[in-house]
Design a binder for this molecule. Structure first.
Ligand code: PMT
Length: 420
């Protein structure tokens, strides 16, 4: 029996959901199932109703030793029906990766558009881990603009597509559309899960959220940062095996798993904690929206509404990123730039003046990206001189992308070597 790939936190084997959709190639999913088990993964098979027309659940049950999930409400007793109504959530939470093979044109369309009309598509929406899709279909269906557009959507979500092979298809055509070799798909699954531990040995220091600069005991100056971008980076880095310290301004977010959160309020407190925790850091990421000005002498009593107009004289806060750049040792330094115009020019200028390895520039001011939103649209100014616009994606997906580029910089690779 081969050694089981272990989940470092739990020492249990890594868990994979194998989704099987209804296509002629469904029988090859049994070979894939065996290849995954041989690599030591614990496999839970989920079949669509159409898949059952091509291969019996019993085959997978015999291979995995587990009940195969075939429908949203497949149990017969009323109690079982209740628990099966939420089973897709449990399966989504318990498993480390979702692979679908064969992924039919219909399945790709349903995933791309977020339809949730059976167990597999519902579980997909609840699943937050990596997704591998191995399409198989007739050549014309594969080449159709609708299928290609759906693939673009799925690629933009950073799902790994194991391209079908060219060859003789069951429909009699010769061309692209044949399911990739099950061993190739199983290797892609293993690579995707391994990639997730590629930050082992790194210590990542991240700042997130706004700062609050008091004006008196009850008022403060702050900004719209929710902390979502910084927390997504912390969660991604921890999942990929890094030790993560998150210096966080006041936010309404739960602490990410396996992350040490150091709460702060003001820019000065953030500066103190960043330098206190800097010693072992190998990557420093400044996603926080630090106030640029504060009231140096905060009154002890509430400011009274005595005059028609109030003027406050503000002093600059410490520029933590610039100070890190001036005292740079062998850690990678990644700053953010929140701009309302001239993103490229400002990101490149901050890269130079703050002596960073990367500036993640984002346009702010709108409602659907940047501050508070779950999505972001960023461009990376790299010390290699490159300026890369990344497609709009969730902050969690972008966090992985930013970390991928950080590792490339560490290895002295240009982004072109970044093979996803
Ligand atoms: O928190 P969210 O709602 O998810 O929103 C994410 C975000 C928009 C806040 C984030 O993606 C972002 O852009 N963060 C940086 C915001 C910012 O302060 O940008 P800036 O251009 O003003 O600052 C440039 C860099 O210098 C930043 O890395 C900042 O952390 C740092 N800085 C700024 C001022 C200061 N006194 N000290 C600093 O270290």
């Amino acid at each position: 029996m081969p050694a089981e790939p272990q989940d470092a936190e739990t020492t249990k084997p890594q868990r994979v959901v194998l989704g099987v959709a209804g296509g002629i190639a469904a029988y090859k999913a049994a070979e894939l199932c065996r290849a995954l088990i041989q690599r030591g993964f614990a496999v839970q098979v989920v079949m669509t109703a159409a898949a059952e027309e091509f291969i019996r659940p019993l085959t997978f049950a015999a291979l995995t030793g587990r009940k195969v999930i075939t429908g949203l409400f497949s149990s017969s007793s009323s109690e079982d029906t209740l628990s099966s109504a939420v089973e897709h959530i449990g399966v989504a939470q318990e498993n480390d990766l979702l692979v679908v093979a064969p992924a039919t044109a219909d399945l790709l369309a349903r995933f791309a558009h977020g339809l949730a009309d059976d167990f597999l598509s519902t579980m997909y929406l609840a699943f937050t881990g990596p997704v591998v899709l191995a399409p198989a279909m007739n050549t014309n269906m594969w080449l159709h603009a609708a299928t290609q557009a759906n693939l673009e959507v799925l690629r933009a979500r950073r799902h790994r597509i194991v391209e079908p092979e060219d060859g003789f298809l069951a429909c009699g055509m010769v061309g692209p559309g044949r399911l990739a070799d099950p061993e190739v798909i199983a290797d892609a699954v293993a690579a995707e899960l391994n990639r997730r531990r590629d930050l082992e040995g790194e210590v990542v220091l991240i700042t997130a959220g706004p700062t609050q600069e008091p004006l008196d005991p009850v008022r403060f100056l702050s900004n719209r940062s929710s902390g979502k971008m910084g927390y997504a980076l912390a969660a991604a880095a921890a999942e990929r095996g890094a030790r993560v310290i998150l210096v966080s301004g006041p936010v309404q977010l739960p602490a990410p798993r396996n992350v040490k959160v150091v709460p702060v309020r003001t820019a000065n407190e953030m500066r103190t904690e960043v330098f206190e925790n800097l010693d072992s850091a190998t990557i420093v990421i400044k996603a926080a929206a630090v106030a640029d000005f504060h009231l140096a002498n905060v009154p002890h009593q509430k400011i009274k509404k005595t005059a028609a107009r109030l003027s406050l004289e503000l002093d600059p806060t410490p520029d933590i990123l610039a100070e890190l750049g001036r005292n740079k040792r062998d850690f990678l330094l990644i700053g953010f730039a929140a701009e309302t115009e001239n993103l490229e020019g400002e990101a490149k200028r901050k890269l130079e003046t703050k002596n960073c390895d990367m500036i993640v520039g984002n346009l702010v001011g709108g409602d659907d990206v940047g501050f508070e939103s779950d999505q972001n649209e960023v461009a990376l100014a790299l010390r290699t001189g490159e300026f890369l616009k990344l497609p709009r994606a969730s902050k969690r997906e972008l966090a992985d992308e930013i970390l991928d580029h950080a590792l490339n910089l560490r290895q002295g690779l240009s982004s072109k070597a970044h093979g996803r």
